[in-house]
Design a protein around this ligand. Sequence first.
Ligand SMILES: Nc1ncnc2c1ncn2[C@@H]1O[C@H](COP(=O)(O)O)[C@@H](OP(=O)(O)O)[C@H]1O
Ligand SMILES: [Mg+2]
Ligand SMILES: [Mg+2]
Ligand SMILES: [Mg+2]
Length: 358
Amino acid sequence: MASSGPYAHELNVALLAVQRATLLTKSVFHSHAKGTLSKNDASPVTIGDFGAQALIIAALQHAFPNDQIVAEEEAKDLRENEQLRNTVWDLVQAAKLSDATSELTLGGPLASPDAMLDTIDKGASQGGRAGRIWALDPIDGTKGFLRGGQYAVCLALMVDGHVRVGVLGLPNLPESDAEPLVEGIGAEQTDADGKGVLISAVEGQGAQSRALTRGPLASPHSIQMKPLARVSDATFCESVEAAHSDQSDSARIAAALGISKPSVRMDSQAKYGSIARGAGDLYLRLPVRKDYVEKIWDHAAGDLIVREAGGEVTDVEGKRLDFGLGRTLKANKGVVAAPRGVHGEVLGVVKKVLSEKK
Ligand SMILES: Nc1ncnc2c1ncn2[C@@H]1O[C@H](COP(=O)(O)O)[C@@H](OP(=O)(O)O)[C@H]1O
Ligand SMILES: [Mg+2]
Ligand SMILES: [Mg+2]
Ligand SMILES: [Mg+2]
């Protein structure tokens, strides 16, 4: 059970909803064709994304019927494809937590395939700076998910434009915080049962990690970023996908910071989770295209988790990420996440290297 204090109930519901959805994505990874479709922007979506979105929104609507939800996916493709809809429906029905109290907290099963489609489409809020709004990425790093790499189920509660609660379901990260980072997932991390973590934070209350279980939530421990005496000792993380973050800019920035270790490339908000638990130190996301706007669901949970673990998160110009402007981070470009004590130094080099490019 989550502790008391502000947002204790929201955290508990978010943890259980992410736990249930993460287990669904694991079952897709192991036993199903992934039903991959290509979206308008040429990015992939799978039955795992649809199923996880349906389950999490159903839980939020049960527990917090008046809250708005900004979620990445929509049900259109499922409405047009009966076979795909039925596959997702089977998945969603099978994804029950073994702990009856937890299932009760989440409101039990969805009523029908049509209710499932309508539930998925409840994630269409336009967001904004007023009131309670959840940001949901049912599978972040879908390309990593398809490759057998890192991915994350991401949920955050924003109140009046500020992230107050963040939860990441990270089925392919090792349970131990200290395990060195590896590109993708290590050979021993074969997505077996019992692997994986739930990382979470509440504003002002620090960040925590716990093992991803099938039964009741495991007890958490608090996590912090690693103290970094010199930036040159840092391990930095970046996207696997070169289209998502400029890997030649990051190499120049690393060189200018005196960092000799190669970057660790991993998909998804596993990067935020990894630096927050001290398994890595820096996360750089450097714009490739001038016209790309980052989505709030790709950053909301990770931003809070890193800040609560002792880090600073800004864009490449040094501005805090502004989650109150709608579904996108339209006031920001890229991401620079680092321990608070060295963020200024890292940002200075990021600005210098990027300005020399112009
Ligand atoms: N051109 C681009 N630049 C930056 N991010 C992009 C991008 N195209 C897609 N993305 C986002 O990058 C996310 C994955 O991030 P990462 O590279 O850190 O794994 C994707 O999330 P989804 O996988 O949820 O669609 C998608 O929203
Ligand atoms: Mg996507
Ligand atoms: Mg995403
Ligand atoms: Mg996604």
